[in-house]
Design a protein around this ligand. Sequence first.
Ligand code: 0O2
Length: 225
Amino acid sequence: KNYMPSKGDFEKLARMKAPYQQTIDELKVKLKGIKYGCLQENGYTPIEFVVGRVKSTESMLKKAESKGVQLGAGNWIDEVEKQVKDIAGLRLVSRYIEDLREAQEILSQREDIVVEEVKDYITIPKDSGYRSIHMIVRYPTYHGAAKKEVFCEIQLRTLAMNFWATNEHELRYKYDQKLPDDMRAELRKAADSAHELDLQMDQFRREIREAHELNKQIALSNEVK
Ligand code: 0O2
């Protein structure tokens, strides 16, 4: 547990992480392509915004150890890559739950990513109250001359889920992962309220989409005239 990575290890880890950064950069462009394409076609997009990050080396090694990787032993860096599937992490944020499902469907259909696993924390939220859909996907990068397939975790959240999770994450960090019981209970309540709001907003979404549909038809009929 007390392995201290050497300077050489850090250099190897930095080299290992480069294709993951490239994955984030490429997928961000591609997801924005979905957003602007949908806007152009329908005047409506299921994606509000996309952010991404490569996991910090410290947090990556901590997670690897918690999954049983013995740092420093044998091909341990390969093991880290196999066990930690969110070295590359993208977050796709939508306004409505129904939009998340639409975005999930669009992503499942793509030929440039392979969906390995879907964790649906909306249907079954975590004990903390956390809601989100996590898609673990495989993505081929061409870094240098060689092809390398890497894992990437895409988290799909509504604005309300993201607002809650960002706050909770920062509080967790402040309390060094040990939230006081009363705060945990309050956060759980807040998560449920956010979900209520999401459900209400889904109702409005249908009306908004009808309005967009109507505007599109009016625009089309004006073009014909
Ligand atoms: P970071 O880099 O700080 O975001 P598994 O990978 O399946 O073995 P794990 O790690 O529990 O197990 O996977 P999970 O739960 O599918 O995804 C973990 C990530 O989801 C976390 O990343 C968070 O981003 C998010 N997450 C999961 N549960 C919560 C929660 O209760 N609150 C908040 N705010 N976020 C959550 P990391 O690992 O924390 O890393």
